[in-house]
Ligand binder design. Structure first.
Ligand SMILES: Cc1cc2nc3c(=O)[nH]c(=O)nc-3n(C[C@H](O)[C@H](O)[C@H](O)COP(=O)(O)OP(=O)(O)OC[C@H]3O[C@@H](n4cnc5c(N)ncnc54)[C@H](O)[C@@H]3O)c2cc1C
Length: 404
């Protein structure tokens, strides 16, 4: 690999893939993003744009345009245990320009990146195009096989970036070693209507045997009901009226509309998994985002980490790609840069899952606010620490790759 500028094929148009495609094309690298869906409209995704991502937008000169899109600002986070509210995190002191989480449908974020990406001549987005496998030659990855509107096709590339999410096909095809951690919970998603006079909601609600998080989507609440791992069957067996009652008990302000859950057909199960590759790369292939490390929904940091991976990858790979000298060592540098943040975040998520979530989901255990929650609420200064971890992450990345 030497001489001319090298080409990149990015598989997956989620936060990691779209940000990587945009940043590489902006740096003058030919970057093709393949996305299997025809659009970005998907319901069950993180809708949180964290202060560190807003900072990246600022560094790209896009902060103002981005925040002109409809969003809601969340400056603090709370937990409600058995009806009593505890403040957990306060973002208003972070050392960045935008000290809040912007709640914005993920499709708006991805459409924004697509629009900005298209301003760069080297950016190409191929929707409705699904990667089906890797093309390999002499032990290195040389491109991907894909199925798109024009039928079966091959996309050749000097580097393939797998950003195809937690069920990554490419990661499966790559044989990269993976470490899986259990998760004590699954999440059931459903919608309830939102009324103009509804209160703001920035809290997770903990009750006996269940946790509810409601995300404001303007005309509706996107609700996440957390159940013990494998608990969906028992919940269904108890019947719809019991489920509606459980939702109403956790969030009394929704009691007048739980009948909108017409059947269990409207309730979608998302199994929670936490895992990570112990090696993110092979010659010609790099995994980032959920494809490299599936995150727990605890703290809602998956989108943030995916974006940070993309920024680090563009920072470290743009120059070698442009100069036609990319090596496996460059790919190893991306993993070395991002792995400590991933490891630390997952460790914290697993601790929260085991100590707080599992306890709350045990219907037989007494429901008591954990000591940490009570302390955070009582000492506001302490709320800056979770704000920093959730808002900025353990290793915030800054845009270094210059625009071509
Ligand atoms: C229940 C739940 C709630 C969550 N809540 C939050 C939250 O509040 N905040 C937060 O930050 N994170 C949250 N997350 C995590 C967050 O959604 C992910 O961590 C984040 O989206 C990862 O980004 P990604 O780009 O790596 O992967 P993804 O967002 O999964 O994107 C992968 C993309 O690749 C495409 N794709 C897949 N296979 C192929 C293929 N073969 N060919 C072409 N394209 C393909 C997919 O269609 C998708 O668009 C949550 C996750 C879950 C499961």
């Amino acid at each position: 690999m030497s001489g001319n500028a090298q080409k990149v094929c990015i598989v997956g148009g989620g936060p990691a893939g779209m940000m990587a495609g945009f940043l590489l094309a902006r740096a003058g690298i030919e970057a093709t993003v393949l996305e299997k869906h025809a659009d970005f409209l998907r319901d069950f995704r993180g809708d949180t744009i964290h202060p560190s991502t807003l900072q990246v937008m600022e560094e790209l000169g896009l902060g103002e345009t981005f925040l002109a899109l409809p969003h809601r600002r969340v400056e603090t986070l709370s937990g409600v245990v058995d009806g009593r509210s505890f403040r957990i995190a306060d973002f208003r002191h972070l050392p960045v320009r935008h000290r809040f989480i912007a709640m914005m449908p993920q499709w708006d974020f991805l459409n924004f990146l697509a629009t900005e990406g298209r301003r760069h001549p080297k950016f190409m987005l191929r929707m409705s195009t699904e990667a089906t496998g890797l093309v390999e030659r002499d032990g290195r990855v040389d491109g991907v096989r894909a199925r798109g509107p024009e039928g079966e096709t091959t996309v050749e590339a000097d580097l393939v970036i797998a950003a195809d999410g937690r069920h990554s096909v490419l990661r499966g095809a790559s044989d990269l070693p993976r470490k899986s951690f259990g998760a004590p919970m699954d999440v059931l998603w459903f919608r309830l209507s939102r009324r103009p006079d509804d209160r703001e909601e920035t809290a997770g609600r903990f009750g006996r045997g269940g946790i509810l998080v409601a995300i404001d989507r303007g005309e509706h609440w996107q609700c996440a009901f957390v159940v013990p791992k494998g608990g969906e069957a028992a919940l269904r067996a108890r019947g719809l009226p019991a489920f509606r009652e459980a939702v109403a008990a956790l969030a009394p302000y929704l009691a007048d509309r739980v009948d909108e859950i017409a059947s269990f057909e409207a309730v979608k199960l998302l199994t929670v998994a936490v895992d990570r590759l112990t090696r993110w790369h092979r010659p010609g292939l790099l995994c980032i985002g959920d494809a490299a490390h599936a995150m727990s929904p605890v703290g809602g940091v998956g989108v943030n980490l995916a974006v940070q991976d993309a920024v680090a990858a563009a920072n470290l790979l743009a120059a070698p790609l442009r100069e036609g000298r990319l090596t496996d060592g460059d790919l190893a540098r991306v993993q070395a840069r991002r792995m400590p943040a991933v490891r630390a975040t997952q460790r914290l998520q697993r601790m929260m899952q085991d100590r707080v979530i599992a306890g709350a989901l045990d219907a037989t255990a007494p429901l008591k606010p954990p000591l940490a929650l009570r302390l955070l609420d009582r000492v506001p200064l302490l709320q800056r620490l979770p704000a920093r971890i959730v808002g900025l992450g353990f290793r915030p990345e800054h845009v270094a790759a210059p625009a071509a």
